[in-house]
Design a protein around this ligand. Sequence first.
Ligand code: FAD
Ligand code: 2HG
Ligand code: ZN
Length: 488
Amino acid sequence: MPDTTPPAASSIARGGFTPALAERLHALLGDKGMLTDPGDMAGYLREWRGLWTGRSPAILRPATTEECAEAVRLCAEAGVAMVPQAGNTSMVGASVPHEAGEEVVISVSRMNRILELDPVDMTMTVEAGAVLATVQQAALEADCFFPLSLGAEGTAQIGGNISTNAGGNTTLRYGNARDLVLGLEVVLPDGRVLDMLRRLRKDNTGYCLRHLFIGAEGTLGIITKAVLKLFPRPRETELAFVAVESVEAALALLNRFQRHDGASLSAFEYMMRFGLDLVFRHIPGAVDPLSARHEHYCLVELSSPRPQAQLRASMEAVLEAALEEGLVRDAVIAESDAQRAALWRLREEHSEAQKREGASIKNDVSVPVSRVPALLAEASAACRAIVPGIRVCAFGHVGDGNIHFNLAVPEGADDAAFLRRWDDVAAAVNGVVRRLGGSFSAEHGVGRLKTKTLAAWREGPELDVMRAIKRSVDPANLMNPGKVVPLA
Ligand code: FAD
Ligand code: 2HG
Ligand code: ZN
């Protein structure tokens, strides 16, 4: 296990979840809005891989902004700390309470309505608990497109996506969650409501506060509503599963697509053979679309809102030229929606397949795109020197320079013993990443897992400003204490 010992008691707020408070919250929220039965609470307390299981006196599930604000006000008045939660798919232990059992969880999952969709403004106003896949579907039904897309989209909720500034498969073309949000409504740590639900494309009126809450991982307040940016719905899509000669060849191929038809490039993902082998082994129905084994693969998607965009011609032209040059070894282009879904599944199921294989150490890192080959080579060597037999399972959004440099337990080794090496292995990977000018957290955030790393990497004025912001918005340290910004 990584060392994520909670910070000293002084930096975690302590209050009393008294029977009187419980009674007032129950009167406000009702039976559906407040869970205290251990069986009902279990799913809200456990991190999805089982790395952390917290305790809590109650799970609060407000149904409206007003209920949420009043619940927060009551907790704040009593000095009770709160952990905002949406779909609970965090990769960094950000959405579950600590083991001490003093924090209540505030789940936004009952606030899940699509409030408005405006096809002229190309905006959608949603509540924070709307599941990402539902948001995507609502946009499609209005002949629009909400591009944020990630493996957990059937569970993750938009409030969680915004609070983590989620990335995913379409960042290359549309940006992170941050780039897709025009307005927000936020309940502050004292229960006041910050209404910034504007749908303006231009609004230079002082500090842009919404960006403070985007990516704050629930440490500054609870997002209750958002105005999202929509795009024209793609009319034509082509997807290719490509075996490439090397990681360098993958980058050369990326560059060819960018030069040939950059405006249509909507995803460029990397996988290695070991990760695919895990998917074929553990995910029912997953099959290799190519006849021979290769070491390196890419998934390339082109899409356009224009119905006759000639994407097949673009795809074939670039792949054929790359095949002749020896960059590409083999490729298959999907012929139907079903084939496209099957190819995406090979990429999306990497997390689940790795989980079923046994213990894994995850490093969600980024480097400048050109340095991805160096990252893979140097970090692999560094990890093998620490844990002989460690199995590198690197994959990810190579078009953004974001690699999930994950590591699987050596074959036959003990899971717990492997996880005890987490900090050594992560330090080795981060050492390489830092030398290459990268980031220790590309898209999953800091949460509980990486607060110490943040303190070390951002030491100096950057950390000082982060602490000043946290102290000014949440002076009693009641919102998700011990996550993201170490106060001590
Ligand atoms: P939660 O896990 O519930 O919460 C995440 C953080 O946001 C916590 O700090 C929580 O306190 C805070 N929070 C939640 N709701 C609110 C709110 N309303 N107001 C304030 N704070 C809040 N991430 C990516 O970026 N890209 C990927 O490609 C990707 N793929 C994934 C694939 C799988 C299989 C899984 C399990 C996870 C993946 N993730 C990915 C990580 C995760 O899905 C994202 O971080 C997602 O955005 C979290 O959303 P959630 O609703 O589950 O939030
Ligand atoms: C993805 O890109 C997610 O599939 C999850 O960000 C990565 O499991 C992981 O490490
Ligand atoms: Zn990812």
